[in-house]
Design a protein around this ligand. Structure first.
Ligand code: HEC
Length: 225
């Protein structure tokens, strides 16, 4: 599902896509029952689809916040104590294990994806690509960028949250090459990521998004607690 990044297209596809997933993602009474089967109390309470989405949105926010805090804190610490050079190595070596361990502790699949990649492993899948393009459309047109939740299938919801270049510190590694990103930094980045295209950003630009897959079962179980 590749879509063009023309403005009209981006917006139209976003609304159509949301409609599609909303339909496809209907969570039937049976699904909800199945989802809640782990409960000790078998009496299935009335949980509406809207309630599941609302709870999923809150859970996604909580996880994205924790992941952002944890990556950001480590990055800043490394930059202050050891400098940009080491911080790049830190991002190169540690970003993945950190996000993976958060994925395990939250029982959710957490990713950072972008349209202009540094690490090719952070490439969006087809749905993420549509969502990212929709965020990009909104950013290009000065419209609000809000987090979002959609249904993937009867088992999973996908929470997404735009990531902006919110702090001038980001520009040291994602800003203009040769000035904001020093030559030394840039050559280290290029040696680690020869196909890097994640420079040239300005403050407030959309850098990418958090993409967090949440099991419906967990959301329903938490609601029943
Ligand atoms: C010290 C250099 C450095 C700084 C500062 C930095 N980044 Fe990065 N960033 C990297 C590296 C290196 C990667 C690739 C990490 C990997 O291999 O997964 C990356 C990857 C990313 C990605 C994943 C998408 C991709 O292109 O692979 C996002 C999103 C991102 N950075 C956002 C930010 C934001 C927002 C800030 C500011 C809060 C920031 N970065 C600050 C070096 C940096």
């Amino acid at each position: 599902m590749k879509i063009g990044r023309t403005e009209a297209c981006g917006f139209a596809v976003f609304s159509v896509m949301l409609f599609m997933v909303a339909c496809r993602g209907e969570i039937s009474h049976e699904d909800r029952k199945a989802a809640g089967q782990g409960m000790i109390n078998q009496e299935v309470k009335k949980v509406s689809q809207a309630d599941i989405f609302a709870a999923g949105l809150l859970r996604g926010r909580q996880i994205a916040e924790a992941a952002q805090q944890s990556l950001g804190k480590k990055l800043k610490e490394t930059m202050v104590n050891k400098g940009v050079y080491e911080a790049i190595r830190y991002c190169n070596i540690q970003a993945y294990p950190l996000v993976d361990s958060l994925s395990t502790s939250y029982r959710a699949h957490i990713k950072r994806v972008s349209l202009k990649l540094r690490n090719a492993d952070n490439a969006p899948d087809s749905l993420e690509d549509v969502l990212l393009n929709a965020y990009q459309y909104n950013a290009d047109n000065n419209m609000a960028l809000q987090d979002n939740i959609v249904s993937l299938d009867e088992k999973y919801l996908l929470y997404t949250k735009p990531i902006r270049i919110g702090d001038p510190v980001c520009l040291k590694c994602h800003g203009k090459a040769g000035s904001e990103v020093s030559d030394e930094t840039f050559s280290l980045i290029k040696s680690l990521y020869p196909a890097d295209s994640a420079t040239g950003y300005k403050i407030k630009d959309l850098r990418g998004m958090w993409s967090i897959r949440l099991p419906v079962k967990d959301i329903v179980n938490a609601m029943e607690e």
